[in-house]
Design a protein. Structure first.
Length: 235
């Protein structure tokens, strides 16, 4: 990744372990995924990786991108209902919508890459995603309160979810996935097992986002393309 960059260009998966002899996990990773986009480890890596990967998956799918934009626009009502002052989130909302609209207009990966590497723009998107996750948690407090250790859910949301540079845990990941109806595939390198651990969030979803998790950090993965078995064969 270039100095000062927030998200890298796509690189071969092997770039993740340049000086290591590939073990079983690395070989497994290379067999399933072709490339990776590295994300800066600044405590915001999950949110940044999640949004970039999802928007990139909607490239050349204008209907799905329009539905996603509508969902973001409607989310402002949810923030107001929970008690957020519109002045506290309007700028971040407008930044997010601006990114989506430029993505719609250009339909170019290069545009998305540029926007997510602009610190203020990229951080504005991350901040709004954090607020969305917080709102979803508070709106489903009866369920999520059983999974947090803070004195109460509001304290957890304020200290662990809404604050920038705080790492996202499983609770926040599930909340954001549900709030935006986006399936997430997390491939974990953690643990002593000799194989990768796969998590689909929510369970049973068809993921549009594939992320690698290792040492408390997330990067974006790109699965190997499956051969088109329906393609016409040569006579």
């Amino acid at each position: 990744m270039e100095a000062g960059g927030l998200i890298s260009c796509r690189e071969d998966v092997s770039s993740l372990f340049p000086e290591q002899t590939p073990d079983a996990k690395h070989k497994d990773l290379c067999s399933q995924f072709s490339s990776v986009r590295k994300v800066r480890g600044d405590g915001n890596c999950f949110y940044r990786a999640f949004c970039f990967a999802h928007l990139e998956s909607l490239l050349h799918n204008p209907r799905a991108l329009h539905r996603f934009k509508d969902k973001i626009m409607q989310s402002a009502k949810c923030l107001s209902c929970v008690g957020f002052d519109e002045n506290s989130f309007k700028h971040h909302l407008n930044t997010f919508l601006g990114v989506v609209e430029q993505h719609q207009a250009d339909e170019e990966e290069a545009t998305l890459f540029r926007l997510f590497n602009e610190q203020m723009t990229s951080d504005g998107v991350v901040q709004y995603l954090r607020l969305l996750a917080s709102v979803h948690l508070q709106n489903h407090a009866d369920f999520f309160c059983n999974f947090v250790e803070a004195p109460n859910l509001q304290v957890y949301c304020h200290q662990e979810v809404e604050a920038m540079a705080m790492e996202c845990d499983h609770v926040g990941i599930l909340a954001l996935s549900q709030a935006l109806d986006v399936g997430i595939h997390i491939v974990s390198m953690e643990g002593d097992e000799q194989h990768l651990i796969h998590h689909i969030i929510p369970e049973g979803a068809e993921p549009s986002v594939h992320l690698l998790y290792q040492t408390s950090h997330y990067d974006i993965l790109y699965p190997n393309l499956k051969p088109d078995l329906t393609a016409t064969q040569d006579d």
